[in-house]
Design a protein around this ligand. Structure first.
Ligand code: ADP
Ligand code: MG
Length: 323
């Protein structure tokens, strides 16, 4: 089973940033309002994700590390309308098989925390406020072939930060802090309410991006798009700012990217590197997120409608008269 887990890990865990993505997903699924990431060696030596979510019951700790054990889906029908980030129950098992993992958690209403050693399975009482800390040490220590593919610490760190940035944009109501080698490298405070999204965009992508972009607001029945579309200056200086979300989940999707590119080509002729942050809300039964273990790919029931919506949403924003 160790071997099967390690093979499965190859699909979920490519580098420290994949671990970060999965752990932050879990923290958000647990209802965290504050998430702290601590890294050493760009995440290769240590990734610790601390949250103030609901925690894990002591008798559920061991289950959390088992393959295909998830508390988030009760039956196959629920897969149709999954709203949580996780639902496959493979991430922790996969990460545990290629690292030294410790799970420390105190459930809401429990007098004490418990720590589970992922290697030995030993559980002991520990001290902690309500919430969960997952500590991942020495990633790929037992799989040198995979370890070889890791880049420099600074490159891996940049990928880890990017993974958190993707989460942070979608959730201005959650606070994030990232520490590396004991130094605070990023901190994004909570911005509640309707203005929160723009404030978070400014914090994470920079004031200039917000200043050089136009609000997107588009409604096509079961498909809604909000966000910001970068004007030529933003698109030129920040072509890496292409963030698309489907029901709160970051996606890299060909349909969405192509729709965006078409809009930029139409309105700002020749602009092939758009910059945008788009948040789509789609009836969950019209999108399948269970396509790939990393869940970064999705399948739309009607990809034409999605393409049109993205294109029109951006065209409307970019073509609107500006003062
Ligand atoms: P999935 O997220 O697909 O359910 P994971 O392997 O990522 O699978 O996590 C397994 C289980 O461990 C989750 O279903 C959840 O019950 C529990 N869990 C993991 N991380 C946390 C956390 N930060 N807070 C509370 N529960 C957690
Ligand atoms: Mg998960």
């Amino acid at each position: 089973d160790e071997l099967i887990s390690q093979i499965a890990a190859g699909e979920v865990v490519e580098r420290p940033a994949s671990v970060v993505r999965e752990l932050v997903d879990n923290a958000m699924d647990a209802g965290a309002r504050s998430i702290t990431l601590r890294l050493m060696g760009g995440g290769t030596r240590l990734i610790s994700v601390e949250d103030d979510g609901g925690g894990i019951a002591p008798d559920e700790l061991a289950t959390a590390l088992k393959r295909h054990a998830t508390s988030k889906i009760g039956n196959l029908d629920e897969l149709e309308s999954v709203m949580t980030m996780g639902f496959r129950g493979e991430a922790l098992a996969a990460i545990n098989s290629v690292s030294e993992l410790t799970l420390l958690s105190r459930m809401d209403g429990q007098p004490t925390a418990f720590a589970l050693d992922g290697r030995t399975g030993e559980i002991r009482p520990a001290a902690r406020a309500v919430g969960t800390t997952v500590e991942v040490k020495e990633l790929f220590f037992s799989t040198p072939a995979r370890r070889k593919f890791l880049k420099s610490d600074s490159t891996e760190l940049a990928h880890c930060i990017e993974a958190v940035r993707r989460h942070a944009l979608a959730r201005p109501d959650v606070g994030f802090a990232i520490w590396h080698e004991g130094k605070l490298v990023e901190q994004w405070r909570v911005h509640p309410g309707a203005a929160g999204l723009e404030q978070r965009l400014a914090d994470v992508l920079g004031e200039e991006f917000v200043a050089q972009s136009i609000a997107v607001e588009y409604n096509a029945g079961p498909l809604k798009v909000i966000g910001r579309a970068g004007l030529p200056d933003a698109a030129r200086s920040r072509p890496d700012h292409q963030f698309a979300y489907v029901n709160g989940r970051f996606v890299r999707d060909k349909v969405v990217m192509h729709g965006a590119r078409s809009a930029y080509e139409d309105v700002l002729h020749g602009h092939k590197q758009p910059a945008y942050a788009l948040f789509m809300q789609i009836d969950p039964t019209l999108v399948d997120v269970n396509v790939h273990p990393t869940k970064i790919e999705v399948r739309f029931r009607d990809s034409r409608a999605v393409h049109q919506a993205v294109r029109h949403a951006l065209e409307n924003a970019l073509a609107a008269p500006r003062s």
